[in-house]
Write a protein that binds this ligand. Structure first.
Ligand code: GLC
Length: 455
């Protein structure tokens, strides 16, 4: 078997098994002539290349998608004081458990989530199947603390999966390893028998999730307290996941690097070619928090999304449905406005390539080939200027309307002129700027070279 025919999971795990398989390959005749360390180096390199190619294949849709919806929903939604309420108010398990009966959502609430996601321009969804509280929103044979056997009386994850698919969304599952309810959830750190039981329980739940709902596109592990990757047996867990779901992508919160990084509540690009997704709340809470009125504006969301896109990342934006499953009105309002903007400007976000241009105090940037998209969020008036562009502008237009924009370019700046005094689009206006090569900005050049005079 040649390196390209290696079973996929062996590439992924880069295990001894994959190297052993290589050693048995047709390359061996020539390879044995080489010194051992060189053989190993070559094998490791081809294994890494195989792994990269496979990852690129699995992640293609996700890179194109750019924008996803995160959904935090569980027993904490009933209290409406954030998903950490159990720990942060020190609620005893026996008291918290009573919420399981009180959680009685409307049927198929997820349909409205999926419709809203679609209209917002989001292409995938990730829902909490089990958060830190330990309650399973799905049907499981492993605990009675799950939706079908408690207040909801049915499998909420199934409803979500069906709703998401009906709107053409890719389907993701969030799963918290940390568990505040299970008796072994903390003592697994110090009691070997408890660890074994809890790892079996955890792998068992993940197995059910990966088996019972058809094709799942994302597995989003969260908080690995109190164990590490070895303690969770994360290699074995991922191997099972990939066996059951060969096309899935997994995040990095089970102690292993996985396929992508997960900066939280901030936009921080990964170095090199590593994939990343910034997850963020619409207010300050993931789970429903009735009194949290600190909503981000549609403008902030559009700016954040464009910033992720500029740096090659994804944006996973959260909603925290109420206990009945309905979406807080303010979330609906913000996402609807973002969706309207995306319907006019989405082509400057989806499929955008990494963009080096970034210096402006009133605009952000994305890029496709040699076209620069300047996303102006604080509209300066009839002239919009940009410094240090090291390429020639060929033409410019307002992206949404297609209306041509006049410009003049000098050595240190380009100015777009004759524009309306009020912003033509809301909450952000996009100017498409055609250049003669990939747009690169050098503000250092401006600072050093711009002629000075006098003292
Ligand atoms: C943190 C929080 C959690 C939330 C998650 C989303 O890990 O513990 O409540 O689900 O971030 O990224």
């Amino acid at each position: 078997m040649g390196p390209n025919r290696m079973p996929r999971r062996d590439w992924l795990l880069g295990t001894g098994a994959s190297l052993a398989a290589l050693a048995g390959s047709a390359n061996v005749a020539t390879a044995t002539a080489l010194r051992q360390p060189e053989v190993r180096a070559t094998q490791t390199q081809s294994a890494a290349e195989g792994e990269d190619a496979d990852r690129a294949r699995r992640m293609k849709w996700w890179h194109e998608a750019r924008f996803g919806m995160f959904i935090h929903w569980g027993l904490y939604s009933v209290l409406g004081r954030h998903e950490w309420v159990m720990e942060e108010e020190g609620i005893p398990v026996s008291e918290y458990e009573l919420l399981a009966k009180r959680f009685q959502p409307q049927p198929n609430a997820a349909r409205a989530w999926a419709k809203l996601a679609k209209s917002a321009g989001q292409k995938y969804m990730v829902m909490t199947t089990k958060h830190h509280e330990g309650f399973c929103n799905f049907d499981t044979k492993l605990t009675n603390y799950c939706a079908p056997k408690q207040g909801p009386g049915r499998d909420l994850v199934r409803e979500y999966v069906e709703a998401a698919r009906a709107e053409g969304m890719h389907v993701g599952f969030y799963y918290s390893l940390m568990d505040w309810h299970h008796p072994d959830g903390a003592r697994c750190a110090t009691d070997p028998e408890a660890r074994k039981r809890f790892v079996e329980y955890t792998h068992g739940l993940v197995r059910e999730l990966m088996t019972n709902y058809g094709k799942i596109d994302v597995l989003w592990y969260d908080v690995d307290w109190p164990l590490d990757a070895a303690g969770w047996e994360s290699q074995r867990m991922n191997k099972m996941v990939f066996q059951l779901q060969p096309d899935i992508i997994v995040d990095n919160r089970n102690g292993l690097p996985g396929d992508f990084s997960t900066p939280e509540q901030e936009i921080v690009a990964e170095k090199g070619s590593r994939s990343w997704e910034s997850c963020m709340t619409l207010n300050d809470s993931w789970g429903y928090q009735r009194a949290d009125d600190n909503w981000k504006s549609p403008k902030t969301i559009v700016r954040n999304l464009a910033e992720c896109s500029r740096d090659g990342g994804n944006y996973l934006l959260n909603i925290g449905p109420k206990p009945d499953g309905s979406i807080p009105e303010e979330s609906v309002r913000v996402l609807a406005e973002v969706g309207q903007w995306m319907s006019r400007n989405g082509d400057t976000i989806y499929g955008a390539e990494q963009c080096q241009v970034r210096h402006s105090e009133f605009a952000g940037f994305t890029r496709k080939g040699s076209t620069l998209y300047m996303h102006v969020h604080f509209w300066p008036g009839d002239t919009v200027a940009l410094a240090g562009l090291r390429c020639n502008v060929k033409s410019a237009r307002l992206f949404a309307s297609g209306q041509p924009v006049k410009f003049d370019q000098e050595r240190f700046r380009v100015r777009f002129t004759g524009l309306p005094s009020e912003a033509p689009d809301h909450p952000v206006t996009t100017i498409a700027i055609e250049c003669d090569s990939e747009p690169i900005q050098d503000t250092g050049f401006v600072r050093r070279e711009r002629p000075r005079n006098g003292v």
